[in-house]
Design a protein around this ligand. Structure first.
Ligand SMILES: Cc1ncc(COP(=O)(O)O)c(C=O)c1O
Length: 411
């Protein structure tokens, strides 16, 4: 009890795992702004601005561009529960843990799920997806852009067109890539996309930006059943099946964000401030600059790890720009290394799970942490710890190699 009465004062950490990462200080400052009532005109204006900013981030003109209150998973679940009617056929390409998550959520929504799998560390060629869509004729395809569990990014440029040709909707989980890798929602014809703040957007987790186009709106508003006590006297229910979640019912959430201002849930005001600030900072930097910054940090990190004598994990042509998988060297205890990094360098890198458990570390450089100083500090610390473990390393090579990559840009 005495300890619980102490002031909360966590020791600083440099978070270089697969997310969460250190939030941009400007985002934390925005979160300490005074609370407002959610129907205060000032607050409604902040909501309107957030929609506008996220249209920029998602590269879309979608009217329904909003923020779901909850971690990234709430965005995934809101999309799937609102789109899937029991009995719908759903295709999920699984190339890591977060594919399995979508399978699990879609099954809970009553879908007939066809999950196709590829070895962790690889992605699906377009032809495979095309064949599956032709054969299975899903009403919905649900796929991750980047899967942090394997550090792979699925190419999506042709998938939207393919889904349209076969009258399927396409949902994309961009939690791990939005703001760090290009994802032009309209140009790639992605129907619904959701994300989280805690990766390339440089915020804390707890808010899920989401955008959906008119095709998806139609599917969801067909199922609109506004709750008793909130509905207008002349409200007419949609003819589709009721959405099996109240909190994550995107028909009501869209009505809350629209000029209807339906009083659905109590806004997570400070998270809205955070989400708005993340988008503002990103657009101020410029999307192209942010993508280039992530790509450069990734290039430097991989150059440094290889110079250290470590082997990278997975198909490097399809590696995410913001997370790198690297094999734990033979004879080295991966967890002991992570523990030493945390206790001596206050630095966190990620472990792994599923078939990769204990085999790779996952090292992130994203959002606010996609910088030269963080990459160089991570490589230096890892080198020192590995040397202490007796792993033979050319000392100094990792930092030199990464530094050379960053200097190229400067010069
Ligand atoms: C691709 C992907 N989807 C979903 C999630 C789940 O996000 P959250 O833990 O914020 O709910 C993550 C988190 O790492 C992720 O990387």
């Amino acid at each position: 009890m005495v300890e619980a009465l102490q002031e909360l004062n966590p020791a600083p950490r440099l978070l270089m795992g697969p997310g969460p990462i250190n939030a941009d200080p400007r985002v934390l400052r925005a979160m300490s702004a005074p609370l407002l009532g959610q129907f205060d005109p000032q607050f409604r204006e902040y909501m309107r601005q957030s929609s506008e900013l996220y249209r920029g981030v998602f590269q879309t003109a979608n009217r329904s561009t909003l923020v779901v209150d909850g971690t990234a998973r709430s965005g995934i679940e809101a999309a799937l529960v609102s789109l899937i009617e029991p009995g719908d056929r759903v295709l999920v390409p699984v190339f890591g843990r977060f594919g399995h998550l979508k399978v699990e959520i879609a099954r809970r929504c009553g879908a007939e799920v066809r999950a196709i799998e590829t070895e962790w560390g690889s992605i699906f060629p377009d032809e495979v997806l095309e064949k599956e869509i032709r054969k299975y004729k899903p009403r919905l395809v649900a796929v991750s852009h980047g899967d942090t569990s394997t550090t792979m990014a699925q190419p999506l440029a042709g998938l939207g067109r393919l889904c349209r040709e076969h009258d399927s909707l396409l949902y994309v989980d961009a939690t791990a890539t939005l703001g760090g890798m290009d994802l032009p929602v309209d140009a790639w014809q992605l129907d619904v996309v959701s994300a989280g703040l805690q990766k390339c957007l440089g915020g804390p987790s707890g808010s899920a930006p989401l955008t959906l186009n008119e095709r998806a709106e139609r599917r969801i508003f067909r199922r609109r059943h506004t709750e008793q006590g909130l509905r207008a006297s002349d409200a007419v229910d949609g003819e589709g099946a009721v959405i099996r979640s109240n909190y994550l019912d995107l028909a009501m959430v869209m009505d809350y964000w629209s000029d209807k201002a339906l009083n659905h849930h109590t806004e997570a005001t400070s998270m809205l401030y955070a989400a708005r600030e993340c988008a503002r900072i990103l657009l101020k930097e410029g999307l192209a600059n942010a993508f280039a910054r992530h790509a450069k940090a990734s290039e430097a990190m991989t150059a440094g790890l290889q110079a250290m004598g470590l082997a990278l994990f997975g198909d490097q042509k399809h590696k995410m720009a913001n997370v790198t998988g690297v094999f734990v060297p033979q004879g080295v205890d991966g967890e002991k290394v992570r523990h030493a990094l945390l206790s001596h360098f206050a630095l966190e890198i990620g472990t792994s799970f599923g078939p990769l458990h204990g085999k790779i570390w996952r090292i992130g450089a994203m959002g606010y942490n996609a910088r030269s100083d963080t990459v160089l500090a991570t490589l230096g610390a890892l080198e020192a710890v590995l040397a202490g473990e007796g792993f033979g390393i050319a000392r100094g090579a990792a930092v030199d190699a990464a530094f050379a990559v960053f200097r190229e840009r400067a010069g």
